[in-house]
Design a binder for this molecule. Structure first.
Ligand code: ZN
Length: 141
């Protein structure tokens, strides 16, 4: 395994652990996420639902927003949930748009399931024609 493979594996495991903290009484689809930052810090996130369903927040955005509050730049984003239509579940469009804004096109996006199956891509590959910020230097550091 390469150093990148080791990092991807570690972030996927952190997302699996974070999944256990999800608050998902309405969907029964717990999701956990984790971000690895450029300075080597792992930040967890978990799905948080609400009786007012539109207030739910995806695990990935919880982790990405926390990275911003810590003034850290994400380089890998991992998501762990059950499969969707027998495929590993990658982040929703809203989370990918946020990932693009905060992490940029080369952010590695990892999908894993509770059994440990794993796959990865980049924001650029998953979100090919999304609106991009005017200048990368304007992004949260
Ligand atoms: Zn999402």
């Amino acid at each position: 395994m390469t150093e990148l493979d080791d990092k991807i594996d570690a972030v996927a495991k952190a997302a699996q652990a974070a999944r256990g903290k999800a608050y998902a009484p309405y969907s029964d689809f717990p999701m956990g996420a984790a971000v690895l930052t450029a300075d080597g810090v792992t930040i967890p996130g978990a799905l948080v639902e609400n009786v007012s369903l539109g207030l739910a927040m995806c695990a990935e955005r919880v982790a990405l927003f926390t990275a911003v509050t810590q003034v850290r730049h994400p380089v890998i984003l991992a998501l762990c949930s059950k499969r969707t239509n027998d495929e590993l579940t990658f982040p929703c469009g809203a989370c990918l748009q946020v990932a693009l804004e905060i992490g940029g096109t080369e952010l590695i996006v990892v999908a894993t399931d509770p059994d440990g199956a794993i796959d990865h891509s980049t924001v650029a590959e998953l979100l090919t024609r999304a609106p991009k910020r005017h200048s990368p230097s304007a992004a949260p550091k």
